[in-house]
Design a protein. Structure first.
Length: 261
């Protein structure tokens, strides 16, 4: 008998797709290559199931194998490059010039990020080859409450967005992370008044950053930051560069939106 798509129950098809997506989601983070056992653990499924699904994903180009480990494949990069923030009319392309200038002016690592749920997602990063300590990659996530980027966006977000972050629990990444809801809300008020946010070793000990929002119509669509060593950095000077860069990106993004509307 010739097999057909209909020979597989619909609910099983959905389950297989869902599990494959969970495997892809397990790659989130800064480790580029992972073994089957770790991927299965992260996705919460048996190793045998993970191995079978990874074979299908590899065949489709969504993952690639390197020895006994797997990494995300070229097909995902091609699809990901079509996401709105990566398109020629998107924020990433608009911001890259000012972001590169911010890195050159400060000598620090420059980031562009958006808010997704209770996390910030890094959209772009410009850094020097001798700065491996800022362990971030485009596509990686961090709890918004532990980053200057997240605080800069939340300070110019609506109340429901802020409540969702606070009520989900404020994680402690370091001893300096703000975990008390009242204190965090007061911090956001200060950020809104100042127009910039600081991360004082709240995500990683030894590293600090200053961030500013990309504002459109009074709300933040993203934020940029300059990150570097807490000591030995003139943060007042860095702050002025971050402010100017954020304002420049906001103006350029508004112009781009007007052009395509």
């Amino acid at each position: 008998m010739t097999a057909t798509v209909n020979s597989v129950p619909e609910d099983r098809q959905i389950t297989s797709v869902g599990k494959a997506l969970e495997l892809l989601a397990a790659f989130r983070g800064t480790i580029p290559e992972l073994g089957v056992s770790e991927l299965a653990r992260r996705a919460g499924m048996p190793k045998s199931t993970a191995f079978r699904l990874l074979a299908d994903l590899e065949h489709a180009g969504f993952v690639a194998r390197s020895g006994a480990k797997y990494r995300l494949g070229l097909s995902l990069f091609e699809l990901g490059s079509r996401v709105g923030f990566c398109r020629p009319n998107g924020l990433r392309d608009v911001a890259i010039h000012d972001l590169s200038s911010l890195h050159v002016q400060t000598g620090l690592t420059a980031h562009l990020a958006i808010l997704e749920g209770t996390d910030v997602v890094y959209v772009e990063k410009v850094h020097a080859a001798n700065w491996p300590r800022v362990v971030t990659v485009p596509g990686a996530r961090m709890p918004a409450s532990c980053t200057g980027l997240g605080k800069a966006i939340l300070a110019f977000s609506d109340g429901a967005t802020v409540r969702a972050v606070v009520e989900s629990g404020l994680p402690r990444r370091t001893r300096n992370s703000i975990t008390e809801p009242g204190r965090f809300v007061r911090e956001l008020r200060r950020v809104r008044e100042a127009g910039v946010a600081y991360d004082r070793e709240e995500g990683t000990l030894g590293l600090s950053c200053v961030a500013a929002p990309i504002l459109v119509g009074g709300g933040a669509v993203a934020a940029i930051s300059a990150s570097g060593p807490t000591f030995g950095t003139s943060w007042e000077r860095v702050e002025s560069h971050v402010r100017r860069s954020a304002e420049g990106i906001s103006r350029a993004y508004l112009l781009r939106m007007a052009e395509v509307s």
